[in-house]
Design a protein around this ligand. Structure first.
Ligand code: ARG
Ligand code: GLU
Length: 654
């Protein structure tokens, strides 16, 4: 018996490191996970990852531009993030004479680095549990309204205490676990961040929309920036007098690479997940929201593509819009498929049944039913709200009529005109008239056809403005308040449901849903099997780029210099991207991917399509994050950019 147990233990230990690890853990509480991380390969201590007393890895990571992650790689403020995170800044510096998007950009010295007004990066100074302070003065007899007022006041006071504009210190308090816990986050924000380098799009966006969310992947998705500070090291507006910022910590780069099974962790800022929601919320996403939004976006993409294919100028005007519409469109398809294939709704229903049985006689009795009832009221309202956002609110002619900073440079009327008819028709057909403003109903009767109506709106800006206003007012005065009231009621139930789930499964480790603050996810390098008879290996190489290379296909047309380098030989096995089991989401773009020693081995930039349902339910079998191998970044800097002078300020482990 003992021997069998021993064998089982050995087998289990051998099998475990291969298991994907669900979870995005709070750095300040990482001591609760550190034993598991170390058992799976980590060589560092909890204090190495997060400390408020001395420098730790967290000091080398930033929230980049409010939606991505970046990491410091030198003592001189040098920073890596994704190409798609730097995209809009690279675009702003680009013109017909200097097309840095197309050709890439490489500063050959500090004087050539380009400032980016509006771009900020935030370091996390500290995070701490402030639940007691946020709830201070709360009384059981308070109504929810009184409690909300108190919480708001306490949060404001906490924030004020920590804010210090001269030092660039900004503070925020976030509710975790639907308000069962509150955390204070203090950041230092820098606002002189300069562009140092970017590969040509044919490398940085290689594969385009075709390969987006897909494996095998060969995208060199990186760009390079540098943080500047005033001479005392404090954040400052751009000034030629500013000097490179000396971070408390920067990453050492490993050129050893990774092999299947190696421990890795991702330290970055995941944006938003909903892992603990009711089955009704998942059913809505799977059966209504995702399919409807996918269909609407399919129409929009087809219209854009038709005109983009005809005219190179239109392609440039709409490429960024097309990319952002296509990005979520493709993700939702993977998500819907993944939810269905994994029967997440059914699994949640079964869980709710077990929970409800357990809850009898406790304060959680009937909770899941009450949530289902609220969702029944929420669903039609939220569906209408989403429909507005995906149809009429995307129409540029209407946005132009009401917005002061409309970008006319990237506007092509034939696209918008066709969109008007398609999106207004879809909107009108999908929603009950009670979800439409009176003016809409009146004009619909007046014009008789969508084409007539379109002609009137495009001919007369007053007509456009009236329609735009009525739609916006309907959302702001009617739909949005309803959605927000329903969400508030739902979240209040979730606060209890969350606590109930923790009591129901006391042995399970819960992590809070993502909220765009620093988290640690860990796992190992691993391939996956997306479907029967198919297995994907976890490492891609330059050989694969050459296989995809095709001058006639925009997404696969690589720079001639890359063909020449490959033809000269010796680079067949140059690693490009790799897969791992780390739990990531949007916002993790640009996150450092680290090995057991905490050295930089990659930069996270995507997930595999079949695993995008991980925002709602993580499946260790098929959820994989996609990283750029740091050695392909080094290769590109040297061979394509000839900017390897940058290596002098970096630290290499090997
Ligand atoms: N899918 C990645 C993310 O969600 C990359 C998006 C940018 N690339 C693109 N081809 N649209 O952000
Ligand atoms: N590309 C995504 C981002 O910008 C990361 C991919 C994902 O959603 O995991 O954050």
């Amino acid at each position: 018996m003992k021997r069998i147990l021993l064998i089982a233990a050995v087998l289990f230990a051998a099998w475990q490191p291969m298991m994907a690890d669900e979870g995005m853990w709070l750095p300040s509480l990482i001591s609760q996970r550190i034993a598991d991380m170390q058992a799976k390969g980590l060589k560092l201590s909890a204090e190495d990852l997060y400390s408020v007393n001395h420098s730790s890895l967290k000091d080398a990571i930033v929230l980049f531009g409010g939606g991505c992650t970046g990491e410091l790689v030198s003592d001189e403020g040098l920073l890596f993030t994704n190409h798609h995170c730097g995209y809009s800044y690279i675009q702003r510096h680009s013109s017909v004479e200097h097309d840095y998007l197309k050709d890439g950009f490489w500063a050959m010295n500090r004087a050539q680095e380009l400032p980016n007004p509006g771009l900020t990066v935030r370091f996390l100074v500290k995070m701490e549990d402030v639940t007691a302070a946020v709830l201070k003065g709360d009384k059981p007899k308070f109504t929810q309204e009184q409690r909300d007022v108190l919480i708001k006041k306490n949060i404001e006071a906490l924030r004020k205490q920590e804010t210090n504009p001269a030092k660039g210190l900004v503070a925020q308090v976030n509710a975790l676990y639907y308000g069962n816990q509150y955390f204070l986050y203090v950041f230092q924000e820098f606002r002189d961040v300069r562009l140092v380098g970017a590969p040509p799009s044919s490398i940085g966006k290689f594969g385009g929309e075709t390969d987006n969310w897909m494996w095998p992947r060969h995208t060199g998705d990186f760009s390079i920036f540098r943080i500047y500070a005033d001479k005392d090291g404090n954040p400052a507006d751009y000034s030629p007098e500013n000097v490179p910022y000396h971070p408390k910590k920067s990453f050492t780069v490993s050129r050893k690479g990774v092999n299947e099974g190696d421990f890795t962790f991702v330290y970055g800022c995941p944006g938003s997940t909903q892992e603990y929601v009711h089955s009704e919320a998942v059913r809505y996403v799977q059966d209504i929201s995702d399919p409807e939004k996918i269909a609407l976006r399919t129409t929009r993409l087809e219209i854009m593509k038709k005109y983009m294919d005809r005219d190179q100028a239109v392609r440039i005007q709409y490429s960024s819009k097309y990319a952002s519409v296509a990005n979520a469109w493709k993700k939702w398809q993977g998500e819907e498929k993944g939810l269905r294939k994994n029967k997440i709704v059914q699994a949640k229903q079964a869980y709710e049944k077990r929970f409800a049985d357990w809850a009898v006689g406790t304060r959680y009795e009937g909770l899941t039913d009450r949530l289902a009832q609220l969702y029944a009221a929420w669903e039609p309202v939220y569906r209408a709200y989403e429909y507005y956002n995906e149809t009429v609110r995307t129409l540029e002619r209407l946005n132009m009529a009401t917005s002061r900073n409309f970008n006319f440079k990237d506007y092509y009327e034939p696209i918008d005109s066709e969109m008007f008819v398609a999106m207004m028709t879809a909107f009108d057909n999908a929603l009950d008239d009670s979800y439409k403003p009176a003016l809409f109903l009146q004009k619909r009767a007046q014009y008789g056809s969508m084409e007539n109506w379109r002609d009137a709106v495009f001919a007369d800006s007053l007509e456009a403005r009236e329609l735009a206003r009525s739609l916006t007012d309907f959302v702001n005065q009617n739909l949005a308040p309803q959605v927000s009231a329903l969400n508030q009621s739902i979240n209040l139930l979730y606060k209890d449901y969350m606590q109930g789930q923790m009591e129901f499964e006391p042995e399970k480790a819960f992590y809070p849903d993502a909220n765009l603050t620093l988290r640690i996810a860990y796992g190992s390098v691993a391939g996956y099997s997306p479907s029967d008879a198919v297995y994907y290996r976890p490492v891609s190489t330059l050989k694969g780029i050459i296989e995809k290379d095709n001058p006639d296909i925009f997404d696969y047309n690589i720079p001639q210099v890359l063909r020449d380098i490959y033809a000269a030989g010796g680079h067949e096995n140059q690693p490009v991207c790799f897969l791992a089991t780390n739990h990531t989401t949007g916002g993790n773009s640009g996150s450092p991917v680290l090995n057991a020693e905490g050295q930089l081995v990659g930069i996270n930039f995507d997930r595999v399509w079949e695993g995008t349902m991980s925002d709602l339910a993580f499946d260790p079998e098929i959820c994989r994050n996609i990283s750029l191998d740091i050695r392909y970044l080094l290769f590109t800097i040297k061979e394509i950019g000839h900017a390897d002078y940058l290596f002098d300020e970096m630290h290499f482990a090997d």
